[in-house]
Design a protein around this ligand. Structure first.
Ligand code: HEM
Length: 130
């Protein structure tokens, strides 16, 4: 049996992102939410996600964007983020081992926490007339 290696190259990131989103699309809870927003632009979404993780994990600055703004209006709550993280952790652990793999899971969890907090606040206040 061979030991998994760490996430070290753009090829590794593509492998992780491809398998993760294949699983997300097949998931009964998350799949429809992604399909509704992304429609037939999956190649573009995957390319953005390769660049996002390349920037975060490899320090190669190919992603520029405001991910928070893209999530704020999504119809999601805590259970969606739990599912997202569970699929992400399983996929990372299945393919990789090491400090970058650990960092990927840590970063995803921090961002999930941040998005979930902002979305909950938005949903609570969106009908408030200021
Ligand atoms: C319930 C969980 C989540 C759902 C349903 C979700 C859904 C989406 C969707 C539909 C898009 C495409 C937005 C668009 O182009 O209009 C997107 C983009 C993105 N998501 Fe998520 N997401 C989730 C969690 C996360 C988490 C935890 C991260 C952190 C790693 C993340 C990182 C990103 C990034 C970086 C983009 C690209 C933003 C850009 O276009 O610059 N997402 N997400």
């Amino acid at each position: 049996m061979t030991e998994n290696k760490d996430i070290l190259t753009l090829g590794d990131i593509r492998q992780l992102v491809d398998l993760f989103y294949t699983r997300v699309r097949a998931d009964a809870l998350l799949g429809p939410i992604f399909e509704e927003r992304i429609k037939d632009n999956w190649a573009r979404h995957l390319d953005i996600m390769y660049r996002f993780w390349q920037t975060v994990l490899l320090g190669e600055l190919t992603y520029q964007g405001s991910p928070g703004a893209k999530h704020i209006t999504l119809p999601v709550s805590g259970e969606h983020f739990e599912k997202w993280l569970s699929i992400f952790y399983t996929t990372v652990d299945e393919l990789f081992t090491g400090s970058k793999a650990t960092e990927a899971k840590w970063r995803a969890a921090r961002m999930a926490e941040m998005f979930a907090g902002k979305i909950a606040l938005y949903q609570k206040n969106k009908n408030t007339i200021l």
